[in-house]
Design a protein around this ligand. Structure first.
Ligand code: GDP
Length: 303
């Protein structure tokens, strides 16, 4: 019998998702932490990392943390920051998920893998976007090849957008976590997660409205997230790379953007359980990777 005064021990720990830009880390994270978001004002503390989200399960607690500096080899602004933090970024996580994209392997993937060679904790590979594979037969040999590149504890093919094999990936992660009493109360989730979720909801509506037309390099950045009594005021920027893409997102007389905003606002109201006032802007940014401020708000930097 359990002694009720002793907190029960569960697999609990910190997990980092790493991978080059666009492999699907945000989409995967969104899947992994689920849609349960509660509004709290305090931020849970972790020794070094900012928490992106927590998945509270009956049988485990998975805490996803930010790992700035590990995702890209972009020079200039990014690099300066990278040198300051890369060395200690993964010091106290329990497991790393290296996210890659189908059978595509680029220099940027290699760059991330090289960083992982100095990591002491287990590394799991999530081979994402398998739904997009044109030649399914290429997958097995690629998994074999991946397994020869590094001593990964497991390799799990997934599709973050479709939710395929996410449970299998989570089961693999749980196996790697140390046992301890829960690290956080089960209603705790960060302020950052709410902002993240808000950005994801805008992005989801963008994808829904524009599908193939969606500018590949677009991203959503939440500029303001303020509570006024029972009202949430959220302002978000949709970044695109070219003026023509801006025109597409805005639509004739702003109709497209209005529809996107309306659906995103309704989804936010359901998620946050309160009224939401949402403002959206579309901005064009050329060469954004040179701008520290932009990098910071896209989540690559620590505060
Ligand atoms: P990040 O830069 O690594 O965080 O990548 P994102 O999560 O922003 O995803 C980049 C793009 O890949 C987005 O357009 C996603 O919708 C898309 N994506 C992510 N996961 C999948 C997947 O499993 N299948 C497909 N087909 N697309 C995906």
């Amino acid at each position: 019998m359990n002694d009720s005064t002793e907190p029960q021990e569960l697999p609990c720990g910190f997990i980092a998702l790493v991978g080059r830009p666009n492999v699907g880390k945000s989409t995967l994270l969104n899947r992994l932490i689920g849609q349960k978001v509660s509004i709290v004002s305090r931020r849970p503390q972790t020794p070094r990392h900012r928490i992106l989200g927590i998945h509270h399960r009956e049988d485990a607690q998975l805490v996803y943390v930010d790992t700035p500096g590990l995702h890209t080899r972009t020079p200039r602004a990014m690099n300066r920051h990278l040198n300051r933090t890369a060395a200690k970024v993964l010091e106290d996580v329990d497991v790393v998920v290296f996210v890659v994209e189908g059978t595509r392997w680029t220099e940027d993937d290699n760059f991330v893998l090289e960083k992982l060679r100095s990591v002491r904790c287990p590394v799991v590979v999530a081979v994402n976007k398998v739904d997009k594979l044109k030649r399914k037969d290429d997958l097995l040999p690629h998994l074999q090849w991946l397994s020869e590149q590094f001593d990964f504890v497991d390799i799990v093919p997934i599709s973050a957008t479709r939710g395929t094999q996410i449970d299998a990936l989570e089961a693999v992660l749980i196996k790697q976590l140390p046992l301890s009493p829960p690290l956080f109360p089960d209603d705790q989730i960060t302020d950052r997660s709410e902002r993240f979720m808000a950005a994801e909801l805008v992005r989801e509506q963008l994808t829904r409205a524009l599908g193939q037309e969606l500018p590949y390099a677009s991203s959503v950045q939440v500029e303001a997230f303020e509570r006024e009594g029972r009202l949430l005021r959220i302002a978000a920027l949709i970044w695109v790379e070219r003026p023509g893409q801006r025109t597409i997102v805005i639509g004739r007389d702003g109709a497209q953007l209005k529809r996107i905003g309306q659906s995103a606002r309704e989804a936010m109201e359901r998620l946050f359980g309160c009224r939401v006032y949402l403002q959206l802007w579309v901005k064009v940014r050329a060469g954004w990777s040179d701008d520290e401020r932009a990098l910071q708000s896209l989540g690559y930097f620590e505060e």
